[in-house]
Design a binder for this molecule. Structure first.
Ligand code: SAM
Length: 220
């Protein structure tokens, strides 16, 4: 069962895309996660590790936030003066992100786009952020997503992936191994994994965060 709440005029919550493995598993569209109050990952502020990266100058040039949700990371990066586009399939989350941008006077752009079809944006980005999206995709979905990311990342540009890790107590849902990250973003696919560091992802249920990896990946 998918949510009965229509999410586009045709009443089809998926538009012209296929439901993701996560949507098939839960029986709910991503948009439905945003219907009844904040989603578990929606902490109402940027992830601390992303804010730290931003303060260290980790984001440069045009920035894409893939699977931006309600946009807290994108809004934080945009507040530092960078041009930021946040994309998501959840229109409810994007409406919140746009309202927050307006309310805070931050010039960030938000658009509906499928992470598997980023080439449709017809734009390139020097820095791309994936905060909590990669880990929602199963093994069959990853290579298509990685190709899609490559199509919008400038050569020499940087991709950051913050995902749940499989190490440590209290792992989050969809834990990912370092090996899976390195296999997915291989030189043969146009990527060089520069670093994978242990980090935390805060959620509404883990104030200290769940174990995570922050991967820094360069587009070759
Ligand atoms: C775990 S949430 C993380 C949201 C946000 N990055 C954050 O840190 O709060 C994953 C997000 O990816 C979005 N998403 C899932 N599949 C997508 C796809 N194929 N294309 C674009 N966005 C997608 C979901 O709607 C959701 O907002």
């Amino acid at each position: 069962m998918v949510s009965e709440r229509p999410e586009n005029p045709a009443g089809n919550p998926f538009g012209d895309r296929h439901p993701t493995s996560h949507e098939r598993m839960t029986g709910l569209s991503w948009d439905a996660s945003y219907h009844d109050g904040p989603a578990p990952w929606d902490i109402g502020r940027p992830q601390p590790v992303i804010a730290r990266l931003a303060s260290e100058g980790g984001f440069t040039g045009a920035v894409l936030d893939a699977g931006c949700g309600t946009g807290e990371n994108a809004l934080h990066i945009a507040s530092l003066g960078l041009p930021v586009l946040g994309v998501d399939v959840a229109e409810t989350a994007l409406a919140t992100a746009r309202a927050e941008a307006d309310g805070r006077g931050i010039a960030a752009e938000f658009a509906v786009a499928d992470a598997f079809r980023l080439e449709r944006l017809e734009r390139k980005f020097e820095t791309v952020l994936d905060c909590g999206l990669f880990h929602t995709f199963d093994a069959d979905e990853r290579s298509g997503y990685v190709t899609s990311l490559a199509s919008v990342t400038e050569r020499g540009g940087t991709l950051y992936v913050l995902c749940f890790s499989d190490e440590g107590p209290d792992t989050g849902p969809h834990p990912v191994s370092q090996e899976e990250l390195r296999t997915s973003f291989s030189p043969g696919d146009g990527w060089n994994v520069i670093a994978v560091e242990a980090a935390r992802i805060r959620t509404r249920y883990h104030e200290d965060g769940a174990p995570a990896w922050l991967a820094t990946i360069k587009r070759i």
